[in-house]
Write a protein that binds this ligand. Structure first.
Ligand SMILES: [Zn+2]
Length: 75
């Protein structure tokens, strides 16, 4: 099974959230990042990052499965 390394921004990005990225992300920010280790999917990486960082979201590009869409509430 392929494993991907995931990273989380140590400082919040633009909207005040820490963001989870994969090592292969096309838009990795120029920020200091914490290496979370390797995971098969973004979900366990999100869980681990959530223990350390809040608020937390996932990159819409590299972690779209974990990306939490904000702004509009779909009831
Ligand atoms: Zn990303």
């Amino acid at each position: 099974m392929m494993q991907t390394r995931y990273l989380v921004t140590k400082v919040p990005e633009s909207d005040g959230c820490h963001f989870l990225h994969s090592e292969n992300c096309q838009v990795l920010p120029e920020l200091e990042m914490q290496d979370l280790g390797q995971f098969e999917t973004c979900a366990p990486a999100m869980e681990q990052a959530a223990e350390i960082y809040a608020p937390l979201n996932a990159c819409a590009l590299c972690c779209s499965d974990c990306y939490i869409k904000t702004g509009d509430s779909a009831a």
